[in-house]
Design a protein around this ligand. Structure first.
Ligand code: BTN
Length: 248
C-alpha cells in the first residue's frame, strides 16, 4: 500500500482526514510522521512524544460492505492488531485497556504504551491513528502512567520492523472482519479482543460524558463492542464511551 513518511507535522490523523476529503488518499494509505507537534488523543487529549521516540501514524480504511453500526469495532480491531504486531515484532506482551489503550507491565505496574484514535473521513472511510511509545526512557515519558516498549524489555526497538509487523496484522484483521460483513463473532474479533483485554474481570470506574460515573465489575464485551459493567445494585450496564479507571 501507499506509505508516506513526513519529517514533521501537527497530527497525522488531521492530515489524512484532510487528504481523504480532497480525494488525495486512496484506501490503505498510511501516513507516518517522524515527529508530531500536535498529536491528538481520545477525549480531546493530546499525544506527545519526542521526535523519533515512537511510531505516529494513521491509516485510511474503507469498510465497504460493513454496516455503519459495526464501524465502532474498528478501533478495537486496531488494538488487537497492535497487540499481535507488538508481540510478533518486539516480543512484548501487551494487554488491551478498553476501549483502545495498549498496556505493558513495567516493574509490576500497568503502563500505557500505545493508543488509538479513530475518526470518520467522509461517508465511506475511517482514519485509524496509532501512537506507540517505542524507545522512550523513564525520564522521557510524557505523562505519569506512560510506558514504552524499551522499558517493557522489547527484543527490538527498530521502528520500521515494528511498523511493518503492526501494519501486516492490521491488514489481516481488517480483511477478515470485512469479509464477514463486520460480524464481530464470525470474524473472531470479539473473542480475541476479550481474551486480550485487561479490563474484563476488573473492578472499574467508568467516567462518562457529562461528569457522571458508574462503578462496577467489567464482566463482558457486548455485540456492539461496549463494556458491560455489573454494578453493586445488580444491574448490567453497557458503557459505550468514556474513560475507564482500573480500580483493582
Ligand atoms: C489515545 O491514546 O487517546 C489515542 C492516541 C492516538 C495517537 C496517534 S499518533 C498518530 C495519530 N495522529 C494523531 O494526532 N493521533 C494519532
Amino acid at each position: 500500500s501507499d506509505v508516506r513518511v513526513v519529517a514533521r507535522t501537527g497530527s497525522t490523523n488531521s492530515d489524512l482526514v484532510a487528504l481523504a476529503a480532497e480525494g488525495k488518499a486512496a484506501e490503505g494509505t498510511v501516513l507516518i510522521a517522524e515527529e508530531q507537534d500536535a498529536g491528538r488523543g481520545r477525549l480531546d487529549r493530546r499525544w506527545t512524544a519526542p521526535a523519533r521516540s515512537g511510531l505516529f501514524f494513521s491509516v485510511l480504511l474503507k469498510p465497504t460492505g460493513v454496516p455503519v453500526e459495526r464501524w465502532g469495532w474498528l478501533p478495537l480491531l486496531a488494538g488487537v492488531a497492535m497487540a499481535t504486531g507488538l508481540s510478533r515484532s518486539a516480543g512484548v506482551d501487551t494487554a488491551l485497556k478498553w476501549p483502545n489503550d495498549l498496556l505493558v507491565t513495567v516493574e509490576g505496574a500497568e503502563r500505557k504504551v500505545g493508543g488509538i484514535l479513530a475518526e470518520r473521513a467522509g461517508d465511506d472511510a475511517v482514519v485509524v491513528g496509532i501512537g506507540i511509545n517505542v524507545t522512550l526512557r523513564a525520564d522521557e515519558l510524557p505523562v505519569p502512567g506512560a510506558g514504552s516498549l524499551a522499558l517493557a524489555g522489547a527484543a527490538t526497538t527498530d521502528r520500521d520492523t515494528i511498523l511493518r509487523t503492526v501494519l501486516r496484522s492490521l491488514e489481516q484483521w481488517f480483511e477478515k472482519w470485512r469479509s464477514v460483513g463486520g460480524d464481530p463473532a464470525a470474524s473472531g474479533l470479539q473473542d480475541t479482543y476479550a481474551a486480550g483485554c485487561a479490563t474484563l474481570g476488573r473492578e472499574v470506574r467508568a467516567e462518562l460524558p457529562g461528569n457522571t460515573s458508574i462503578t462496577g465489575e467489567a464482566v463482558a464485551l457486548d455485540g456492539d463492542g461496549r463494556l458491560v459493567l455489573a454494578t453493586a445494585e445488580g444491574v448490567q450496564q453497557p458503557v459505550g464511551a468514556g474513560d475507564i479507571v482500573h480500580l483493582r
